[in-house]
Design a protein around this ligand. Structure first.
Ligand code: SF4
Length: 280
């Protein structure tokens, strides 16, 4: 395999909504397996800069590829397939981050690893977080939590903030929405609480799919009990990723679904606040 340092495709993208496919398709299967095992190389959709919603301050975000979930509302289905991403050595990814080291310090921002599901590449994630901490950069992991147990307790300490997506409380609803069980996510949430690691909970509000207020109340009560959830963000469903489903020819069941009314978003925020969780 060629040295990933020599790959010339730019890592930086204007936004994660840029459609990227097949960037790693020529990487042999054995190299993919060894990359996953060692974390010396990872697969990234892109780096983006300037985000203000993926953690405190201004964030540099690395978007990984690879996700084993199939959320009905996913706005980046091109990140499901790991080899759609660019093969990047951990050194190259760290070099990219180093470019922003001073700026992030001045602006009080940090680095967020998002995806896809970053913990599909947990060795790479751990190495990249270690590199960021060496640069004294604030770190955040945006995850569905399914693979939380792939990180050791020591590795959790490299992550200053976990942005944990809880997509539904009712197991059947969760399965319908994501294709998977939510028990591992809830177990990870409890482990983070036991270790007092800061969490921002993220909940995507989708009309007709995740807007059951009894379900939301269960999530809010769970979050309140954990004691380490600093805030909950209610994220209204949007259609910015719709074109990706079309271009990738993946059947999209939410093609006709509108974003929720502001009043419904506010009601969901109110459910979290009533449970004692700061919510936005
Ligand atoms: S977990 Fe995230 S990346 Fe994976 S399918 Fe769901 S929304 Fe998409």
């Amino acid at each position: 395999m060629s040295d990933p340092h020599t790959v010339t495709t730019p890592l930086e993208a204007k936004s994660p909504f840029e459609l990227r496919v097949n960037l790693g398709k020529d990487v042999p299967e054995t190299d993919v397996r060894s990359a996953l095992a060692t974390g010396d190389m990872g697969f990234l959709h892109s780096f983006t800069t300037g985000a203000t919603v993926d953690g405190p301050g201004v964030r540099v975000v690395a978007w990984t590829t690879g996700c084993n979930w199939r959320c009905l509302y996913c706005h980046n289905p091109d990140t499901w397939t790991m080899t759609n991403g660019l093969p990047v050595s951990v050194g190259r990814a760290a070099d990219e981050l180093r470019k922003y080291q001073q700026g992030l310090k001045i602006m009080g921002g940090g680095f967020t690893l998002s995806g896809g599901e970053p913990l599909m590449q947990h060795r790479f994630a751990a190495k990249l977080f270690a590199a960021a901490k060496e640069m004294k950069i604030h770190t955040a992991l945006d995850t569905n939590g399914y693979y939380g147990d792939t990180l050791s307790d020591a590795e959790l300490e490299l992550i200053d903030l976990v942005l944990l997506d809880i997509k539904a409380w009712n197991p059947q609803r969760h399965k319908h929405l994501t294709g998977t069980d939510n028990a591992p996510t809830l177990a990870f949430a409890r482990r983070l609480a036991a270790r007092r690691r800061p969490v921002w909970l993220r909940f995507v509000l989708v009309p007709g799919v995740s807007d059951d207020f009894d379900d939301i109340a269960h999530i809010a009560a769970f979050a309140a009990k954990l004691g380490n959830v600093e805030r909950a963000d209610v994220l209204p469903f949007h259609q910015m990723g719709k074109y990706k489903w079309k271009q990738l020819a993946i059947p999209y069941s939410l093609a006709e679904t509108d974003p929720p009314d502001q009043s419904v978003v506010e009601r969901a925020i109110g459910v979290f606040r009533s449970a004692g969780v700061k919510a936005f």
